[in-house]
Design a protein around this ligand. Sequence first.
Ligand code: HEM
Length: 517
Amino acid sequence: MSTSALFFKISAIGICLLLSYFISPIILRRRIVDKAGNHIPPGPAIRYAFLRKYAEKVLHAWAKEYGELFSIWMGSQLFVVVSDPHVARDLLVTNGAIFSTRKRYFMKNQVILRGRAITASEYGSKWRQHRRLAGLALNPKAMQSYAAVMDYESHIFIKSLFEESLRGKLPINPAHFAGRFALNNMLIMSFGIRTTSASDPLVAKALDLAMEFMDLTGPWSNCVDFFEVLQYIPTPKRTRGRRLHDALIDVYGSMILDFQSRMRSGEEVSDCLVKTLLENQEIEKLDWEDLCMLSAVFTLGGVHSTSGIIQWFLALIPSYPDVAARAREELDRVIGSERWPTLEDEFNLPYIRAIIKEVQRVHAPFWFATPHCTSEDFTYNGMFIPKETVVLLNCYTLHHNETRYPDSFKFNPDRYMDDKLNCSESAKLPNVMDRDHWTFGAGRRICPGLPAAERELWLAISRLLWSFDFTALPDEPISLEEYDGLSGRTPLPFRLELAPRFERVGEILDSATEITM
Ligand code: HEM
């Protein structure tokens, strides 16, 4: 046989093998059964290598076609996708002991985090330890002490928008300032420090790292996560992942060292996550990378998400003048023009609360929460879910459930007017159809930063609405469909004009100045 014929034959065999691999779900769907003969949930007949950006649209279509619990192979990994509130509760909450571990994603958990951070830790003693340590930084007493800090940071955030826009004369892109607001809150909770100006290099560095993390850790986007053989090949993405790991150690490690030297020199340091970690380092057997990754991911996880929601709010509000008018009417009636809203005003301003909940529903920063994984075989309603299946909460479809949210694609805060609960309380309601939304995940791994995030969002959004009227620029339409990020999502860069609503706005804003902590 000639060389070219041999080459042709080998290529043909290769292509056939590859094809059969990709269409093998047709057979696997019949073969994979539990002891009682139950099959895995229905789903597409082929394997996928990755899903493109805006994967939520594909998942939404599949949920319509295959139902509330469907399955799909991404390379060698079986996923089940949960698109119904009852199924989410039955699996992630009621059977949380089985549905709460994490897949060892190659890019996120192995290359970048090396299994260290809470979000990556497998369910069991390690995760319990991480969750307990995070809980110490977020306990009710600590939360009380952060209240004044968040109040101050929201003041500085709005003041920086005001000053940067030359007191409302110039259009402004709010992303950097919203990012710094969320970053400062997280830095205080994690390290007891804050950045003292928007131009502090740490702001740009930390926000860039958070963005890179969100870009590299999409649950569907990296084929290297689903084809083990690719994990041995030095691809540009793997290099980016390694660089990110090193940068996280570098940036967050140097902040830990700084904190440690202040502690050792006898300086009084604030209570925060890193203080807890350092004080308990020996007893908890935490090594250097544990310290770095626990503090890094805790910090950056709370930055992108909170700032993302504020950015989505700012992106959408110019398109809803009727919503803005009702919000202003409520603020003027309840608060007036002499002072601005505080944490205590929350329950007297139901429409503003409703706006914040509706932004979280329509523009959740994570359409797929963080994927869970099964630690045992499980059979649900006649469908078999094998051990080590990735379980994905399809927040996009959950948030467009027409029974729960009629006319679900419409931004309509009125749907939350009678909701008197915060998100943590709402997540515990016996009737899961009454839950406000799924933005913070579900079950044992539900976001532990939820109470902090809610306070930050309240202070930022209620005060933004009190302070300014927002308008989009006529020749710069703001997209509410497209977004940046493959894991967490933020709007594409946009600018808007903000006009102070009262004389008092400038006076109130001028009353606080940057401080160092
Ligand atoms: C609006 C802002 C936020 C959103 C939308 C959000 C959302 C989420 C989601 C969806 C998860 C995964 C839940 C699951 O696995 O089911 C999560 C986990 C987590 N969040 Fe948040 N989060 C926000 C803010 C924060 C803040 C401010 C903090 C810290 C103060 C924080 C700390 C964490 C931690 C440590 C985890 C990992 C939990 C675990 O794996 O057990 N988050 N968050």
